[in-house]
Design a protein around this ligand. Structure first.
Ligand code: DQA
Length: 139
């Protein structure tokens, strides 16, 4: 079974970027552990800082994966294109945020993606991806 993980802008900086908020581990290091923990699952990982690339990656993953874990980062709060893409595909999407967006600025309380998501995990750090993967496997 293949599951996609799609990360939005600035998440390539995890580990260096505001570590108090996002933690000290890079996503690449976390991914090594995640792949070990879920060795039966093929994980297709893609990160981009470009909105159009994320839309195209979501379309591609929808064709080849059983589910998608999507952290759209700042595009969560702005992107109609990504929201339309998420609504337009059939496969389950779990929206993950490392930080608890509801404890932060009010502009982060609005997600254009959530109406298209099966579920949302926010504020549990990188553990959120782990939990989302467990949930998608159970589904
Ligand atoms: C984020 C939360 C967003 O508001 C922010 O723009 C990010 C990361 C998170 O994972 O907590 O870049 O999606």
């Amino acid at each position: 079974m293949k599951i996609g993980i799609l990360n939005g802008p600035n998440l390539n900086l995890l580990g260096q970027r505001e570590p108090g908020l996002y933690g000290a581990q890079s996503f690449e290091d976390f991914l090594v552990q995640l792949r070990k923990d879920f060795s039966d699952i093929e994980i297709d990982y893609f990160q981009s800082n470009e909105e159009g690339e994320l839309v195209s990656a979501l379309h591609r993953m929808a064709d080849s994966c059983k589910g998608i874990i999507l952290n759209p980062a700042a595009f969560t709060h702005t992107s109609l294109a990504l929201a339309d893409a998420a609504k337009g595909v059939e496969i389950p999407i779990i929206e993950v945020h490392i930080s608890n967006v509801y404890r932060r600025e009010s502009f982060r309380h609005k997600s254009y993606i959530s109406p298209a998501a099966l579920g949302v995990i926010s504020g549990l750090g990188l553990k959120g991806y782990h939990l989302a993967l467990e949930a998608l496997i159970e589904l």
